[in-house]
Design a protein around this ligand. Sequence first.
Ligand SMILES: Cc1cc2nc3c(=O)[nH]c(=O)nc-3n(C[C@H](O)[C@H](O)[C@H](O)COP(=O)(O)OP(=O)(O)OC[C@H]3O[C@@H](n4cnc5c(N)ncnc54)[C@H](O)[C@@H]3O)c2cc1C
Length: 402
Amino acid sequence: MMVGQEPTTYDVVIVGMGPAGASAAAALSRGGLAVLGLDKDTHPRYKVCGGGLSARIEQLLEPGFRSVVEQTIKGVQFVHRGRDPLVIQSHEPIAYMVMRDRFDHYLVQQAVRAGAVIRTGDSVEGITQDAGGVEVVTGQGRFRAQLVIGADGANSLVARQLFPSRSQYRAPALESEVQIGEGPHFPGSATILVDVGAARQGYGWIFPKRDCLSVGVGEFRRKATNLRATFDRFVKEEPGLSGWDVPRPIGHPIPAYSEPERSQRSEGRSPFVNGRAALIGDAGHLVDPLFGEGIYYAVRSGHMVARAILAEQQVCAASLLAYEASLEREILPDFRVTSRIANVVYAFPRLAFKLLRRYQEVVQAYFRVLQGHTTAAQFLLEAKQRLKASVNDLLLEALQMR
Ligand SMILES: Cc1cc2nc3c(=O)[nH]c(=O)nc-3n(C[C@H](O)[C@H](O)[C@H](O)COP(=O)(O)OP(=O)(O)OC[C@H]3O[C@@H](n4cnc5c(N)ncnc54)[C@H](O)[C@@H]3O)c2cc1C
């Protein structure tokens, strides 16, 4: 449809068909609403991402998602600057590895099957809202709806246009896919590698896929650094990567959750909901501040916004307030905890690495969070009790290491 024609009307327009948007589109369509999903790219498309899904994703997705899982992870090899490997295993899966082209395509197909209209290869250029609804203008058309959901990722246009005062903080990350063909997976086909000393206030990772390794670094700090140099050093220091051709990494920001600025809070402006618009997934900065895990929260926030909209008899802006309340209840308490853990771990990475070795049961307890058996808040209580006994030793070690 060309710009200038009478806009087509839907109940909800969703901008962005990554995991957040596709999940919301499927759930809203199953609930009987007329949904339009828009994406500037055409699926399947490459996406810079480690593709690690924590095992609790099983609680959100139909079992069919396993058709795109490339590896099932049951162990983590921790290292510090490529040395002193420590492998911690779990009986149950901790994570599933996917390539985002296939995973996202699978989710979009689920949305189409549920009845959503999906337009890809059409970029959204502008959004306005008024008393009667929202209008979304793309390169090829104009669409009206009662509500708009911004699921357009870390560089969200919906957020820039409709939430101009919210936090802009995003962590830089770099990743490359190392093709290994039939070669051996490093550190193993069921084991991921996490290097806690690879980056300043961040970490390096190697995630095994079927015939490649996703190799990356991310830094959760506000000061800019030379991340390319950090990536190169990480690659050089990991013995398992020597001999492989590591292609030039691609950068993309990770919008890790951080508390809204005080000024924003005092003015009562929400970072998630504004009138007829809601932000989900990366567009809403719904990414765990400890590991940068965002796919699980993208799918979950997609389901949460759909649940809130469908709970009302009529599609209306008021339903979005229930979405915001459910974020406050179900997701943000965990982010506040993992943010506190991240502050400690990334300030003292060598100490954190030592603690991992000494308190392996604490890591096992965190696996239970990733497996969906418990929450991060509950984990912190248990971990504190476990660590309390040796607090003096820990402080002494921290002082010696500075
Ligand atoms: C290097 C790196 C590694 C990562 N590794 C992991 C990991 O291992 N596990 C994990 O859980 N998370 C990881 N993440 C985070 C994860 O990639 C995101 O949290 C996740 O993609 C969020 O999903 P989303 O649907 O919100 O956004 P996205 O997946 O970014 O999808 C947004 C969609 O919106 C579309 N779009 C954007 N602008 C427009 C527009 N103007 N008009 C129309 N469409 C538009 C895009 O084409 C895209 O398809 C990683 C991130 C990075 C950068």
